[in-house]
Ligand binder design. Sequence first.
Ligand code: ASP
Length: 420
Amino acid sequence: MENPQNLPWYKRLHWQIFAAMFVGTIAGLIGGPDLVPKVGWLGEIFIKLLKMVIVPLVFTSIVSGVAAVGGGRDVGRLFTKTMGYYVLTSALAALTGLLLVNLIQPGVGAQLAGIEGGELPELTTATTPKDLLLDVVPENVVQASYEGKMLAIIFFCIVLGMTIGALPDKQRTLLTDLFEAGFQAMMRLTGGIIKFAPIGVFGLIVRVVGGSGFASFKALGLYMLTIASGLAVHLFITLPLVLILLGRIKPWIHFRNMIEPMVMAFSTSSSAATLPVTIRSVEKKVGVSNKVTSFVLPMGSTVNMDGTALYECAGVLFIAQVLGAELTLLQQMIVVVTALLASIGAAAVPSAGLVIIFLVLQAVGLQGPQVDAIVGAMFAIDRPLDMARTTVNIFSDSCGAAIIARSEGEENVDTEVVEL
Ligand code: ASP
């Protein structure tokens, strides 16, 4: 078999995906909305294939990972580190959003009249910390899997993994081996599905480019630029610094190893759909053990959303600026904290971040038909921003996995760029 490290560039998957994005953009621009139904289904099938593996992959990954961690004390330590990382980076992201909107002031004098708002998708997400907690415990595991309630599945898997870890030797080895084998099978399946990524990404990009109306993009240009700059600061400055300071990891190696999940997040706008690819790259390229990935990544995909936290914070301040409402420093801090909570509560699916913005708006008393109209206008141009914030979301998860692995004594993390 050919050594993947020696493949010419055009045979490497990420270049093929970039080429697919480029061709998809051109095709979408030329073909417009007429082309969307003709090739958009390619993207839909690809997302379905990825979603098909999520539940069995998460299930086998977490149970085998946690069962291998050992006792409750080790699980507790990993959990504390993971939560600490999530909160730290999401808070930094939200503060970046706050700073940039105050500096650039994109909402002052923005002309939003006449922009046609889109119909917001229906998403049922927990809206209070208590609801979130209640959502975490499943009544019925099969139903939770069916409804894609990630936190509930994760909770069950962690508890099951810990229970298996505490069984007598014979049963523990049997079950751990079984789940480990299932996990390896799901990883291989994911590897097979990823080979179709260029075709799927082509379909997804045509759908985005061909289906967008560009008029609204102009009116909200400065706002989009502000969010994009904030996301860029977090992606290219803050997280690399965190990688260096907390993990002694060379950021460029981490970036190179994470290219595939990043382009996948960009094309699908869904951290959940990207999760199988994220797990594969973080284990096989970055070199993190299943013990750590199984803990940090599935939970991270729905709880740790830096891009979304930044977006919530910046979006709310933007709306306040458009309405001419001055927010006091205290109110701005309330926005930061609720933006953080909202990013935890947001589902890992397209547009979730925008839908949940109402939660943060309410926290500072911004509501009513005018607010609804502005959010509608924001929805009209949300897709590209969603693509960018989802990329940041999954990149932060992967940094967390690498840093925590290093702190657990795993020395082979991000020591070189790996091709698969
Ligand atoms: N689409 C994002 C994600 O899946 C969530 C959001 O809309 O901010 O990570």
